[in-house]
Ligand binder design. Structure first.
Ligand code: GCV
Length: 727
């Protein structure tokens, strides 16, 4: 009996444990819910009292799901509301009670058609969200001219609930300020991602077109939720094979997944493809055979992908082939491709990140020198893609002088989301303030207020085509971006591409609410950490306008001593120009005169040692070590102080994060905590190595209270990282 009883007891215990486990599992969110996979679309249950307020406001849904886009919008709304509120609204054909949500277009919804809403001016992608009265019932309408607008409106509506905003008296109208809002994937066909720190490429080319990883759909959802409407699948350092039928079929499969989400596929085109895959002897853009080849290629691509967006091209830059190989201009090259895609409605995004074969007196001047003379010579379906600054995505650069300088040629912004120069995936650096700093910068090309944002949204020069590109930080890692906080950079890019006048801080807050917690006492410290984080990176890597001081090739860690090699403008010494007298690149009239590429009032400000903002001091001037800074300190002391300040800020970020222990799910909290400790270690390394190196020129003691570097300069110089990621 006892034995039997004991067995029974064990079985009962096992049964109870199993039931408890099953109950726990079914009550718990999806298995991987808090590893970051769900991004800002977690839709976790709101606090009961909050859910109780929303539930009656979204009790019914009137929405036809009979087109692919309406169907994904509907599914998202049901999924979101079920997650947030514990129950999805009931489907209905009419507003028969309070709390109806009506979504659609006048064409798809008789209710919306009857409302006669002012949808003019919203275009294809805009929407309005409004609290209305329908037959005496309180309702919310999400209306647009086209399905994709209704999809964007749906995501906006969900965001309101995700971030705890009231729904009672809504009157929102939104339309994108920028037409092409695209991610640029620097993904190779072997799945290596150039400057990628989040695993392999998410495009599993080998299994495409047959296997469509569900991740592709989640990628599309995430992009649509922030208004991104285009993706360039392959690296700008392009392989011509991407344009062969085998790969076009794969790209078409991806385009099929993305289409309902309003996302078009683009491809980077290798300029020499007519030779490599076309069997021609030349890729000369003025050669009729070459032109014919591209026209045929475009026709072929559009047979696979009828809504193909067009080409992105890196030409005559860093060894890539281009029209200059045949004595032709960038305009000749771009126009040939533009003519090929024009009949299909495609565009060409032609990059202005160029290097000539001859070393220039100042690389910062190159793009302007090559492109400004071509203003007005591009076809109307070409847009020139310009990096935010003239060198290369440094932690801080003044705005690119091309912005505002090509009134007759649409220019689009290229930001880097992946943090090639800002600590890869382990450093927390929220890029919102950096994007905002560039977009808010005043080119003064048409008087004061001629901001870069107005160049990008086309309003300054009346561009017909507008765009913003972000070099993606997305990979196969479960958390997509290599770290939890790097998701915020994808997010803020999308939000600012939609509206370049948005501020970084509210975006950080809304992201933190959706990603971590809706509690103000969690959101506030996180947003503060984020807002200070990029400045901290600037301080511990490249303070006061220094730039391009990273390790050679892989760009990991400090390398201010980098010299030699094939080109001077690939070294650090070329950029910092430190010597016994001082430090900094003289780009004023007494130096390379790069300042002259800006509008005169800006040139005067940047070119004047007394007026240049200190954050750009060493970008534009070579300054003596004892130069008196605004703080009253000599330059050398200020430099050391800034390096240390960067490290201190990271330490404080770590402490702030520790205080949030218990307020964030343990898995993500632990990962962020570890990454912050890596960042602190590496910030210290940057500071120490940089100080050790520059002290050999300044020959000055460290200011009082400043700790000496932990190691000798030789130690730092000897460190080697042959396998750093992303190279
Ligand atoms: C895709 C920098 C990067 C390169 C990148 C290049 C570009 O030089 O280090 O990896 O190449 O910019 O933007 O074309």
């Amino acid at each position: 009996m006892r034995r039997a009883g004991r067995r029974l007891g064990l079985a009962a215990v096992a049964m109870v444990a199993m039931v408890a486990m099953v109950a726990a599992l079914s009550a718990a969110p999806a298995v991987h819910a808090e590893d970051g996979y769900d991004l800002w679309l977690r839709y976790v249950a709101l606090a009961p009292e909050q859910a109780a307020v929303y539930r009656p406001q979204v009790a019914q849904l009137v929405m036809a799901g009979d087109t692919p886009t309406r169907s994904v919008a509907r599914a998202e709304l049901l999924r979101g509301l079920a997650g947030l509120l514990g129950s999805a609204p009931a489907a209905s054909d009419a507003a028969s009670a309070d709390g109806v949500v009506i979504v659609g277009t006048p064409a798809s919804s008789p209710l919306i058609a009857a409302m006669r809403l002012k949808l003019q001016g919203l275009g294809r992608e805009g929407y309005l969200i409004r609290s209305v009265d329908v037959d005496g019932h309180r309702a919310t309408v999400i209306a647009a001219n086209e399905d994709v607008g209704a999809l964007y409106g749906t995501f906006h509506f969900l965001r309101l609930i995700q971030t705890g905003q009231p729904l009672a008296a809504l009157d929102l109208r939104q339309a994108p300020h920028v037409q092409l809002r695209v991610l640029n994937h620097w993904d190779n066909l072997d799945r290596h991602v150039e400057r990628g720190y989040a695993g392999e490429s998410i495009w599993d080319w080998h299994k495409l077109p047959d296997y469509l990883d569900p991740r592709y759909t989640d990628y599309a959802r995430a992009n649509a939720s922030i208004g991104i409407n285009g993706t360039v699948l392959n690296n700008v350092n392009a392989n011509a094979l991407s344009l062969t039928p085998m790969y076009l079929e794969k790209a078409a499969a991806l385009a099929g997944v993305f289409r309902p989400y309003g996302i078009r596929v683009y491809l980077s085109a290798r300029f020499s493809a007519p030779i490599e895959i076309g069997g021609l002897k030349t890729a000369d853009p003025l050669d009729p055979q070459v032109q014919r080849w591209w026209r045929d290629k475009a026709d072929e691509i559009y047979r696979y992908i009828p809504d193909f967006g067009g080409f992105l091209v890196k030409a005559n830059s860093e060894g890539q082939p281009g029209p200059q190989d045949y004595g032709r201009t960038h305009a000749d090259g771009a126009n040939m491709l533009a003519d090929a895609v024009k009949p299909h409605g495609g565009v060409v995004m032609w990059r202005a990140f160029v290097y000539s074969h001859e070393e220039p007196d100042d690389r910062a001047k190159q793009a302007y020198s090559e492109f400004v003379p071509l203003d007005g010579r591009f076809r109307d379906n070409v847009i020139v893609q310009v990096k935010n600054g003239a060198i290369d995505f440094q932690p801080r650069e003044p705005f690119h002088p091309l912005f505002g300088a090509m009134p007759k040629t649409p220019l689009m912004m290229e930001f880097q989301i992946t943090k090639e120069y800002l600590g890869f995936a382990t450093h927390l650096a929220y890029l919102g303030p950096m994007y905002q700093e560039t977009l808010d910068a005043d080119t003064q090309r048409r008087g004061k207020g001629s901001t870069v944002a107005k160049v990008v949204d086309g309003s300054l020069h009346g561009y017909k085509l507008t765009g913003m590109a972000g070099v993606a930080n997305i990979g196969s890692d479960r958390n997509w971006s290599g770290s939890q906080f790097d998701q915020a950079n994808w997010y803020v890019f999308g939000r600012m591409a939609w509206d370049p006048t948005l501020n970084a801080k509210p975006i950080a807050e809304e992201w933190a609410r959706m990603t971590f917690s809706n509690d103000d006492d969690v959101v506030k410290p996180i947003a503060e950490m984020m807002m200070g984080s990029r400045e901290a990176v600037v301080d511990y890597m490249t303070p006061l306008g220094l730039h391009h001081l990273m390790g050679n090739g892989h760009h990991y860690g400090p390398g201010p001593w980098v010299s030699g090699g094939p080109r001077a403008d690939w070294t650090s010494v070329y950029y910092h120009r430190a010597n016994q007298d001082g430090i900094g690149f003289d780009r004023s009239a007494s130096g390379s005169n790069a300042v002259a590429q800006y509008a005169p009032p800006v040139a005067r400000e940047f070119g004047d040692l007394k007026r240049v903002p200190e954050k750009y001091l060493l970008w534009f001037h070579h300054v003596p070590w004892d130069y008196r800074m605004q703080s009253g300190r000599p330059l050398w002391d200020e430099l050391v102080y800034r390096y240390s300040h960067g490290v201190d800020t990271v330490r404080q970020m770590g402490q702030t994060w520790q205080r949030l222990d218990g307020r964030i799910d343990p898995e993500r909290h632990a990962q962020v905590a570890t990454f912050l400790s890596i960042q602190e270690k590496e910030a210290q390394w940057w500071r120490d190595a940089s100080i050790a190196y520059f002290q050999t020129f300044s020959q000055r003691p460290l200011p009082q209270g400043q700790a000496p570097p932990a190691h000798s300069l030789e130690y730092y110089e000897a460190l080697s990282f042959p396998f750093a990621p992303g190279h």
